[in-house]
Design a protein around this ligand. Structure first.
Ligand code: CP
Length: 299
């Protein structure tokens, strides 16, 4: 996660990401930074944005890329995550990008690999650090210095690894962070996160520079959604009315995939304040920067 990053390190990283975004705009989108390195994308959970952007980033840096998913692999025969990773490391993997449903999975794997680097592409409800990096990068491109800016994160904080990493990253950048959502979808330790909570999204969003809608994670709610989808949308769903409480130039953000008509109305998702697709593009640039820095390209 990002709890060990300083603001200076984040700014250094943002500069690196901007250089990488320039590579994305070149006619030939390729630099030799990771030539000869092998990256394995190990996804135990579904993904579109994170998996594809890591793959694109690796290819633009000229790494060799292997994509692994549970379906069709020996994990389906009972092989453990550790044995799978050791097997791939024995074949020469230098960097393992892993998404897993268990909290702490990336940390655990990093302690087990002999030489490979592990990048966390999301571990259970704990952390999604590369999402937070791309979110900060997107905001920084719009506002520059983020000190004193306000971000309101609205939705299912309880199940959101994005929320945890974003709270850390935006606080480190000097932002005021406010959470909102149904009490049933808030973690008990919300005060320990060092942020404010307001059940009323209109109050949370007041004067915000960034309104960040979190996905309702139905796949992590075994007992069904409470409140119901209709109730949720009526009270916490972001529509143009809610956006009026934010600053006029506020950004409407969402990590994706979006549930249209649940946490976000199409008029906001596709509206002039939406930077959702910019966030997706930022994901490639920031993951390139991360791979470059961790993979030895900076030496
Ligand atoms: N934001 C995000 O992690 O999206 P994916 O699940 O599609 O990777």
């Amino acid at each position: 996660d990002l709890d060990c990053w300083t603001r200076e390190e984040l700014y250094f990283f943002l500069d690196q990401s901007r250089h990488m975004e320039n590579v994305m705009d070149r006619p030939v989108k390729k630099v030799p930074a990771l030539r000869g390195k092998m990256c394995v994308n190990l996804f135990f959970e579904n993904s579109t944005r994170t998996r594809v952007s890591f793959e694109l980033a690796e290819k633009m840096l000229s790494a060799d890329v292997v994509n692994w998913s549970v379906s069709g692999s020996s994990a389906a025969k009972g092989e453990t995550m550790r044995d799978t990773a050791w097997t791939l490391e024995a074949m020469g993997a230098d960097i393992v990008v892993m998404r897993h449903g268990a909290v702490g999975a990336a940390q655990y794997l990093a302690s087990k690999l002999k030489r490979g680097i592990v990048l966390n592409a999301g571990d259970g409800t704990h952390a999604h650090p590369t999402q937070a990096l791309l979110d900060v990068y997107t905001a920084w491109k719009h506002f520059g210095d983020l000190e004193g800016r306000k971000i309101a994160l609205v939705g299912d904080v309880l199940h959101s690894r994005v929320a945890r990493s974003d709270v850390i990253a935006f606080k480190t950048m000097g932002c005021e962070v406010v959470l909102s959502g149904p009490p049933t979808l808030m973690p008990r330790e919300v005060e320990q996160l060092g942020v404010k909570y307001d059940r009323d999204p209109r109050k949370a969003v007041e004067n915000a520079d960034m309104v960040y809608m979190l996905r309702i994670q139905r796949e992590r709610q075994q007992d069904g959604l409470f409140p119901s989808v209709d109730e949720y949308h009526r009270w916490w769903g972001a529509d143009e009315e809610l956006m009026k409480y934010a600053n006029p130039g506020a950004l409407a953000m969402h990590p994706g995939p979006i549930n249209r008509g649940v946490e976000i109305a199409s008029e906001v998702a596709d509206g002039h304040q939406s930077v959702i697709l910019e966030q997706v593009r930022s994901g490639v640039a920031t993951r390139m920067a991360l791979l470059y820095l961790c993979g030895g390209g900076a030496r």
